[in-house]
Design a protein around this ligand. Structure first.
Ligand code: NAD
Length: 325
């Protein structure tokens, strides 16, 4: 058993956090992660409106008695959400922890804190992590450049970002970006983190509610098969390479890009319909991290987390004990 400030603070058995995967982090996945002892999340914006989120929270409660959290992402979006209404639903439904991401959550901190909700803020730089601590976040998830989705614009990898964040902050931190196995968990702890976050790895699990082709694609693609799109908009997203991605990069290479030029290719709703539900992995974009190179199977969440913990404990107890004299 590995106990850290993250397991203690959030009341989970294992220091493994499931990333807020837009459209994918639904009740089936969050409940499976929670039941396997990890920190499961559902992503609020996946459910259209606050009442959709309420229904999914109730569904998740039927699937697990363990705590799970809600991810609230404040990045640019084609359908601007009513964030305070989403937070009201979380409070009414008794959610105990929320992951904020994308932008400074300060406008919502009073609402969250007055309800006793713990906030873990995901960010991509030490300066943003410091700000999160200053405004009262309970923990920070620090996202290295290897990560899927939006890794920021600084391009600092986890190997540098995690220890720098540890040195700068007093509150617990979670290492995110590039983590997929027990070796990663030990590395995260060695770098000063109190836990690790995995996003892409949790898409290639049995319980992830996406088409099998998507899971198989993550197994078949390697560490070289990601690309960075929307750099020209300073909203960089790391995605799995395919022809749609090449089309986006071709448009961006012409300069003076506007989001309107990219919408037909990057729209989340298109990705949900064509790829996540339809199974056409060539027809839309999919956030994916460099850790695809480490994904070789499609286990259940319990199999995955059992394996990660066993691998991490073996390294700590056997390998390290054997070489440290
Ligand atoms: P969407 O359909 O609203 O937008 C598609 C993409 O275009 C997203 O990457 C979005 O950030 C970007 N975008 C939209 N308007 C923009 C603008 N004005 N300027 C620059 N970029 C713009 O996206 P969705 O799939 O419905 O996702 C909803 C939200 O969740 C978005 O903010 C998205 O970025 C975010 N998300 C985050 C992650 C992550 O890694 N944290 C992964 C997937 C989605």
């Amino acid at each position: 058993m590995i106990k850290t400030r993250i397991t203690e603070m959030f009341g989970v058995e294992r220091p493994i956090v499931q990333g807020g995967l837009m459209w994918i982090a639904r009740a089936e996945l969050a409940a499976a992660v929670a039941n396997a002892g990890g920190m499961g999340f559902m992503t609020a914006l996946s459910f259209g409106d606050p009442e959709g989120l309420r229904a999914e929270i109730r569904k998740c409660r039927q699937m697990t008695s363990k705590p799970f959290g809600i991810n609230l992402t404040f990045l640019p979006t084609l359908r601007p959400p009513d964030y305070p209404a989403f937070i009201r639903v979380c409070i009414e439904e008794g959610i105990k922890f929320i992951e904020t991401a994308g932008r400074n959550p300060e406008p919502y901190m009073a609402q969250l804190k007055s309800a006793g909700i713990r906030v873990i803020h995901k960010c991509t730089s030490v300066r943003h992590a410091l700000k999160a601590e200053k405004i009262g976040c309970d923990a920070v998830s620090i996202d290295g450049f290897e990560a899927a989705g939006h890794p920021g614009e600084d391009d600092v990898t986890s190997l540098i970002l995690v220890p720098l964040t540890r040195d700068a902050l007093k509150i617990p931190i979670v290492a995110s970006g590039g983590f997929a196995d027990g070796r990663g968990l030990v590395a995260a702890l060695a770098l000063g983190a109190d836990g690790m976050n995995m996003g892409t790895r949790f898409v290639a699990v049995q319980e992830a509610p996406v088409h099998e082709n998507v899971k198989r694609a993550l197994v078949e693609h390697g560490e070289l098969d990601t690309r960075l799109i929307m750099r020209s908009l300073r909203n960089t997203e790391r995605v799995m390479h395919n022809p749609v991605v090449d089309k986006v990069l071709e448009i961006e290479s012409k300069g003076n890009t506007k989001i309107e030029d990219l919408i037909p290719y990057v729209s989340g709703l298109v990705g949900k319909t064509k790829m996540l539900e339809g199974g056409d992995t060539q027809a839309a974009i999919l956030s994916a991290g460099q850790c695809m190179g480490l994904i070789r199977d499609i286990p259940t969440c319990k199999e995955l987390l059992d394996r990660i913990m066993a691998e991490a404990e073996a390294i700590l107890k056997e390998k390290f004990a054997g070489i440290c004299r």
